[in-house]
Design a binder for this molecule. Sequence first.
Ligand code: ACO
Length: 277
Amino acid sequence: MADDPNVATYRIENGIAWVSFNRPDKRNCMSPNLNRRMGEILDEIEHRDDFGVLVLKGEGSAWSAGMDLKEYFRDTEALGLGATRKAQRESYGWWRRLRWYQKPTIAMVNGWCFGGGYGPLYACDLAIAADEAQFALSEINWGILPGGGATKVVVDLMPMRDAMYHAMTGELIDGKKAAEWRLVNESVPLADLETRVTQLANVLLEKNPVALKATKDAIRRVKEMTYDNAEDYLVRAQEAANSYDNDGRKEGIKQFIDDKTYKPGLGVYDRTKQVKG
Ligand code: ACO
Protein backbone atom coordinates (compact mmCIF):
# COMPACT_ATOMS: atom_id res chain seq x y z
CA MET A 1 0.00 0.00 0.00
CA ALA A 2 1.14 3.54 -0.75
CA ASP A 3 1.92 5.56 2.41
CA ASP A 4 0.26 8.68 1.06
CA PRO A 5 -2.58 7.84 -1.35
CA ASN A 6 -2.91 11.44 -2.54
CA VAL A 7 0.33 11.56 -4.52
CA ALA A 8 -1.69 10.20 -7.44
CA THR A 9 -5.42 10.70 -7.85
CA TYR A 10 -8.21 10.00 -10.32
CA ARG A 11 -11.74 11.03 -11.20
CA ILE A 12 -14.03 9.39 -13.71
CA GLU A 13 -16.32 11.66 -15.69
CA ASN A 14 -18.28 11.15 -18.90
CA GLY A 15 -16.47 7.94 -19.80
CA ILE A 16 -12.97 9.32 -19.20
CA ALA A 17 -10.69 8.43 -16.27
CA TRP A 18 -8.51 11.46 -15.50
CA VAL A 19 -5.51 10.07 -13.62
CA SER A 20 -3.16 12.69 -12.15
CA PHE A 21 0.38 12.90 -10.95
CA ASN A 22 -0.37 14.87 -7.79
CA ARG A 23 2.81 16.22 -6.22
CA PRO A 24 2.68 19.69 -7.76
CA ASP A 25 4.98 21.18 -5.10
CA LYS A 26 7.60 18.61 -6.19
CA ARG A 27 6.79 19.07 -9.87
CA ASN A 28 5.19 15.60 -9.87
CA CYS A 29 8.51 13.80 -9.72
CA MET A 30 8.09 10.07 -9.18
CA SER A 31 8.87 8.80 -5.68
CA PRO A 32 8.50 5.12 -4.74
CA ASN A 33 5.30 6.13 -2.97
CA LEU A 34 3.89 7.74 -6.12
CA ASN A 35 4.86 4.75 -8.25
CA ARG A 36 3.15 2.39 -5.80
CA ARG A 37 -0.02 4.51 -5.78
CA MET A 38 -0.12 4.69 -9.58
CA GLY A 39 0.12 0.90 -9.71
CA GLU A 40 -2.75 0.62 -7.24
CA ILE A 41 -4.95 3.04 -9.19
CA LEU A 42 -4.36 1.24 -12.49
CA ASP A 43 -5.29 -2.05 -10.81
CA GLU A 44 -8.36 -0.60 -9.08
CA ILE A 45 -10.00 0.92 -12.13
CA GLU A 46 -8.84 -1.08 -15.16
CA HIS A 47 -11.98 -3.13 -15.70
CA ARG A 48 -14.60 -0.66 -14.51
CA ASP A 49 -17.24 -0.21 -17.15
CA ASP A 50 -17.95 3.47 -16.44
CA PHE A 51 -14.97 4.68 -18.49
CA GLY A 52 -13.44 3.81 -21.84
CA VAL A 53 -10.37 6.07 -22.08
CA LEU A 54 -7.69 6.89 -19.52
CA VAL A 55 -5.96 10.29 -19.59
CA LEU A 56 -2.71 10.74 -17.64
CA LYS A 57 -2.16 14.36 -16.59
CA GLY A 58 -0.14 16.36 -14.10
CA GLU A 59 -1.40 18.74 -11.42
CA GLY A 60 0.22 22.18 -11.37
CA SER A 61 3.00 23.33 -13.66
CA ALA A 62 4.48 19.90 -14.39
CA TRP A 63 3.45 16.70 -16.11
CA SER A 64 6.31 14.91 -14.35
CA ALA A 65 9.83 16.10 -13.50
CA GLY A 66 11.04 12.50 -13.86
CA MET A 67 12.28 10.32 -11.03
CA ASP A 68 12.53 11.81 -7.56
CA LEU A 69 16.28 12.32 -7.24
CA LYS A 70 16.08 12.19 -3.47
CA GLU A 71 13.44 9.56 -2.67
CA TYR A 72 13.81 7.29 -5.71
CA PHE A 73 17.61 7.46 -6.07
CA ARG A 74 19.47 8.69 -2.99
CA ASP A 75 17.23 7.46 -0.16
CA THR A 76 16.57 4.13 -1.86
CA GLU A 77 20.20 3.47 -2.72
CA ALA A 78 21.09 4.09 0.92
CA LEU A 79 18.87 1.13 1.81
CA GLY A 80 20.80 -1.25 -0.45
CA LEU A 81 20.31 -3.25 -3.62
CA GLY A 82 17.04 -4.85 -2.53
CA ALA A 83 15.41 -1.45 -2.09
CA THR A 84 16.75 -0.23 -5.43
CA ARG A 85 15.39 -3.26 -7.25
CA LYS A 86 12.02 -2.90 -5.51
CA ALA A 87 11.79 0.77 -6.51
CA GLN A 88 12.66 -0.16 -10.09
CA ARG A 89 10.03 -2.93 -10.13
CA GLU A 90 7.36 -0.55 -8.88
CA SER A 91 8.08 2.20 -11.40
CA TYR A 92 8.73 -0.01 -14.42
CA GLY A 93 5.79 -2.12 -13.29
CA TRP A 94 3.10 0.55 -13.61
CA TRP A 95 4.54 1.83 -16.89
CA ARG A 96 4.37 -1.71 -18.24
CA ARG A 97 0.79 -2.07 -16.99
CA LEU A 98 -0.02 1.15 -18.79
CA ARG A 99 1.63 0.02 -22.05
CA TRP A 100 -0.71 -2.97 -22.17
CA TYR A 101 -3.70 -1.36 -20.47
CA GLN A 102 -7.16 -2.62 -21.26
CA LYS A 103 -8.43 0.85 -22.18
CA PRO A 104 -6.85 3.28 -24.64
CA THR A 105 -4.65 5.86 -22.93
CA ILE A 106 -3.69 9.46 -23.69
CA ALA A 107 -0.84 11.41 -22.10
CA MET A 108 -1.96 15.02 -21.63
CA VAL A 109 1.41 16.73 -21.19
CA ASN A 110 0.58 20.03 -19.56
CA GLY A 111 4.09 21.08 -18.44
CA TRP A 112 7.55 19.81 -17.46
CA CYS A 113 8.39 16.32 -18.68
CA PHE A 114 11.84 14.98 -17.82
CA GLY A 115 13.83 11.76 -17.93
CA GLY A 116 11.89 9.03 -16.15
CA GLY A 117 8.69 10.77 -17.28
CA TYR A 118 9.38 9.38 -20.75
CA GLY A 119 8.43 5.92 -19.40
CA PRO A 120 4.77 6.73 -18.77
CA LEU A 121 4.76 9.08 -21.77
CA TYR A 122 5.69 6.20 -24.07
CA ALA A 123 3.36 3.85 -22.22
CA CYS A 124 0.37 5.98 -23.21
CA ASP A 125 -1.00 5.07 -26.63
CA LEU A 126 -1.38 8.69 -27.70
CA ALA A 127 0.15 11.90 -26.42
CA ILE A 128 -0.99 15.50 -26.76
CA ALA A 129 1.20 18.25 -25.33
CA ALA A 130 0.78 21.90 -24.60
CA ASP A 131 2.88 24.11 -26.87
CA GLU A 132 4.24 25.50 -23.61
CA ALA A 133 5.28 22.07 -22.20
CA GLN A 134 9.02 21.51 -21.81
CA PHE A 135 10.72 18.16 -22.41
CA ALA A 136 14.27 17.03 -21.78
CA LEU A 137 16.38 13.98 -21.18
CA SER A 138 18.16 15.80 -18.39
CA GLU A 139 20.01 12.71 -17.13
CA ILE A 140 23.20 13.85 -18.85
CA ASN A 141 22.99 17.11 -16.87
CA TRP A 142 23.38 15.30 -13.56
CA GLY A 143 25.72 12.63 -14.76
CA ILE A 144 23.88 9.47 -15.78
CA LEU A 145 22.61 7.90 -19.00
CA PRO A 146 18.87 7.96 -19.74
CA GLY A 147 17.86 4.72 -18.04
CA GLY A 148 14.53 3.26 -17.02
CA GLY A 149 13.79 2.73 -20.69
CA ALA A 150 14.14 6.42 -21.62
CA THR A 151 16.88 5.74 -24.19
CA LYS A 152 14.73 3.05 -25.77
CA VAL A 153 11.78 5.45 -25.82
CA VAL A 154 13.56 8.12 -27.83
CA VAL A 155 15.16 5.64 -30.21
CA ASP A 156 11.75 4.06 -30.81
CA LEU A 157 9.94 7.35 -31.33
CA MET A 158 12.46 9.77 -32.79
CA PRO A 159 14.73 9.84 -35.79
CA MET A 160 18.27 8.73 -34.82
CA ARG A 161 19.95 12.15 -35.09
CA ASP A 162 17.27 13.83 -32.97
CA ALA A 163 17.40 11.05 -30.36
CA MET A 164 21.19 11.34 -30.14
CA TYR A 165 21.08 15.14 -29.88
CA HIS A 166 18.30 15.03 -27.29
CA ALA A 167 20.08 12.48 -25.08
CA MET A 168 23.57 13.99 -25.37
CA THR A 169 22.74 17.67 -24.86
CA GLY A 170 19.93 17.46 -22.28
CA GLU A 171 18.50 20.59 -23.92
CA LEU A 172 14.86 21.51 -23.44
CA ILE A 173 12.42 21.28 -26.32
CA ASP A 174 8.90 22.68 -26.21
CA GLY A 175 5.66 20.92 -27.11
CA LYS A 176 5.82 22.02 -30.75
CA LYS A 177 9.31 20.59 -31.20
CA ALA A 178 8.26 17.42 -29.32
CA ALA A 179 5.49 16.98 -31.89
CA GLU A 180 7.90 17.65 -34.76
CA TRP A 181 10.29 15.02 -33.31
CA ARG A 182 7.33 12.63 -32.82
CA LEU A 183 7.62 12.34 -29.03
CA VAL A 184 3.94 13.33 -29.00
CA ASN A 185 1.20 13.27 -31.62
CA GLU A 186 0.57 16.99 -31.60
CA SER A 187 0.74 20.09 -29.47
CA VAL A 188 -1.84 22.78 -28.89
CA PRO A 189 -1.89 25.94 -26.77
CA LEU A 190 -2.16 25.09 -23.07
CA ALA A 191 -5.51 26.89 -22.91
CA ASP A 192 -6.94 24.40 -25.46
CA LEU A 193 -5.23 21.26 -24.16
CA GLU A 194 -8.03 19.73 -22.10
CA THR A 195 -10.61 20.47 -24.81
CA ARG A 196 -8.47 18.80 -27.48
CA VAL A 197 -7.78 15.75 -25.29
CA THR A 198 -11.47 15.42 -24.42
CA GLN A 199 -12.35 15.61 -28.11
CA LEU A 200 -9.82 12.87 -28.93
CA ALA A 201 -11.07 10.72 -26.04
CA ASN A 202 -14.62 11.09 -27.34
CA VAL A 203 -13.52 9.86 -30.78
CA LEU A 204 -12.12 6.73 -29.10
CA LEU A 205 -15.23 6.27 -26.95
CA GLU A 206 -17.30 5.76 -30.09
CA LYS A 207 -15.17 2.85 -31.30
CA ASN A 208 -15.57 -0.82 -30.53
CA PRO A 209 -13.53 -1.30 -27.30
CA VAL A 210 -12.51 -4.88 -28.11
CA ALA A 211 -11.17 -3.75 -31.48
CA LEU A 212 -9.34 -0.83 -29.83
CA LYS A 213 -7.53 -3.08 -27.34
CA ALA A 214 -6.59 -5.51 -30.13
CA THR A 215 -5.37 -2.62 -32.30
CA LYS A 216 -3.24 -0.88 -29.67
CA ASP A 217 -1.57 -4.16 -28.67
CA ALA A 218 -1.00 -5.06 -32.31
CA ILE A 219 0.73 -1.76 -33.06
CA ARG A 220 3.19 -2.35 -30.22
CA ARG A 221 3.68 -6.08 -30.89
CA VAL A 222 4.23 -6.09 -34.65
CA LYS A 223 6.94 -3.43 -34.45
CA GLU A 224 9.46 -6.12 -33.51
CA MET A 225 8.14 -8.89 -35.79
CA THR A 226 9.03 -9.96 -39.30
CA TYR A 227 6.29 -9.39 -41.86
CA ASP A 228 5.32 -13.08 -41.88
CA ASN A 229 5.18 -13.26 -38.10
CA ALA A 230 3.07 -10.12 -37.98
CA GLU A 231 0.69 -11.45 -40.62
CA ASP A 232 0.17 -14.59 -38.58
CA TYR A 233 -0.12 -12.73 -35.24
CA LEU A 234 -2.74 -10.36 -36.68
CA VAL A 235 -4.94 -13.22 -37.92
CA ARG A 236 -4.80 -14.81 -34.50
CA ALA A 237 -5.26 -11.52 -32.63
CA GLN A 238 -8.45 -10.81 -34.60
CA GLU A 239 -9.74 -14.32 -34.00
CA ALA A 240 -9.03 -13.93 -30.28
CA ALA A 241 -10.85 -10.58 -30.32
CA ASN A 242 -13.81 -12.33 -31.96
CA SER A 243 -14.10 -14.55 -28.92
CA TYR A 244 -14.83 -11.43 -26.81
CA ASP A 245 -17.05 -9.70 -29.34
CA ASN A 246 -18.26 -11.82 -32.21
CA ASP A 247 -21.00 -9.42 -33.32
CA GLY A 248 -19.39 -6.00 -33.54
CA ARG A 249 -17.80 -6.39 -36.93
CA LYS A 250 -20.89 -8.15 -38.32
CA GLU A 251 -23.00 -5.20 -37.19
CA GLY A 252 -20.43 -2.84 -38.73
CA ILE A 253 -20.79 -4.61 -42.09
CA LYS A 254 -24.60 -4.77 -41.82
CA GLN A 255 -25.07 -1.06 -41.11
CA PHE A 256 -22.95 -0.25 -44.19
CA ILE A 257 -24.03 -2.91 -46.71
CA ASP A 258 -27.68 -3.55 -45.72
CA ASP A 259 -28.91 -0.55 -43.69
CA LYS A 260 -26.77 2.04 -45.49
CA THR A 261 -26.73 4.17 -42.34
CA TYR A 262 -23.02 5.02 -42.40
CA LYS A 263 -19.86 4.61 -44.47
CA PRO A 264 -16.83 3.07 -42.66
CA GLY A 265 -14.51 5.29 -44.70
CA LEU A 266 -16.20 8.35 -43.25
CA GLY A 267 -17.23 7.45 -39.72
CA VAL A 268 -17.99 4.79 -37.14
CA TYR A 269 -20.92 2.36 -36.90
CA ASP A 270 -23.55 2.83 -34.21
CA ARG A 271 -22.66 0.39 -31.46
CA THR A 272 -25.88 1.06 -29.55
CA LYS A 273 -27.73 -0.92 -32.23
CA GLN A 274 -25.56 -4.00 -31.74
CA VAL A 275 -27.55 -7.04 -30.61
CA LYS A 276 -25.43 -9.48 -28.61
CA GLY A 277 -25.67 -13.03 -29.88
N1 ACO B 1 13.53 15.04 -7.86
C1 ACO B 1 13.43 15.51 -6.61
N2 ACO B 1 12.90 16.72 -6.32
C2 ACO B 1 12.46 17.45 -7.34
C3 ACO B 1 12.53 17.02 -8.67
C4 ACO B 1 13.11 15.73 -8.92
N3 ACO B 1 13.19 15.23 -10.13
N4 ACO B 1 12.02 17.97 -9.48
C5 ACO B 1 11.63 18.98 -8.65
N5 ACO B 1 11.89 18.66 -7.38
C6 ACO B 1 11.61 19.45 -6.18
C7 ACO B 1 12.65 20.55 -5.94
O1 ACO B 1 13.78 20.05 -5.27
C8 ACO B 1 11.84 21.52 -5.11
O2 ACO B 1 11.76 21.01 -3.80
P1 ACO B 1 11.76 22.02 -2.51
O3 ACO B 1 10.55 22.88 -2.71
O4 ACO B 1 11.67 21.11 -1.34
O5 ACO B 1 13.04 22.80 -2.62
C9 ACO B 1 10.45 21.42 -5.70
O6 ACO B 1 10.39 20.16 -6.37
C10 ACO B 1 10.13 22.50 -6.72
O7 ACO B 1 11.17 22.50 -7.67
P2 ACO B 1 11.85 23.84 -8.22
O8 ACO B 1 13.14 23.43 -8.83
O9 ACO B 1 11.88 24.87 -7.16
O10 ACO B 1 10.75 24.24 -9.32
P3 ACO B 1 10.94 25.12 -10.65
O11 ACO B 1 9.56 25.32 -11.17
O12 ACO B 1 11.79 26.32 -10.40
O13 ACO B 1 11.76 24.20 -11.68
C11 ACO B 1 12.16 22.09 -12.81
C12 ACO B 1 11.12 23.06 -12.21
C13 ACO B 1 12.86 22.74 -14.02
C14 ACO B 1 11.36 20.86 -13.21
C15 ACO B 1 13.23 21.75 -11.73
O14 ACO B 1 12.59 21.39 -10.51
C16 ACO B 1 14.12 20.61 -12.14
O15 ACO B 1 15.07 20.80 -12.86
N6 ACO B 1 13.80 19.37 -11.67
C17 ACO B 1 14.57 18.21 -12.02
C18 ACO B 1 14.22 17.71 -13.43
C19 ACO B 1 15.06 16.49 -13.76
O16 ACO B 1 16.13 16.62 -14.27
N7 ACO B 1 14.54 15.31 -13.42
C20 ACO B 1 15.28 14.08 -13.44
C21 ACO B 1 15.28 13.53 -14.81
S1 ACO B 1 16.35 12.13 -14.95
C22 ACO B 1 15.43 10.82 -14.36
O17 ACO B 1 14.24 10.92 -14.17
C23 ACO B 1 16.09 9.47 -14.23
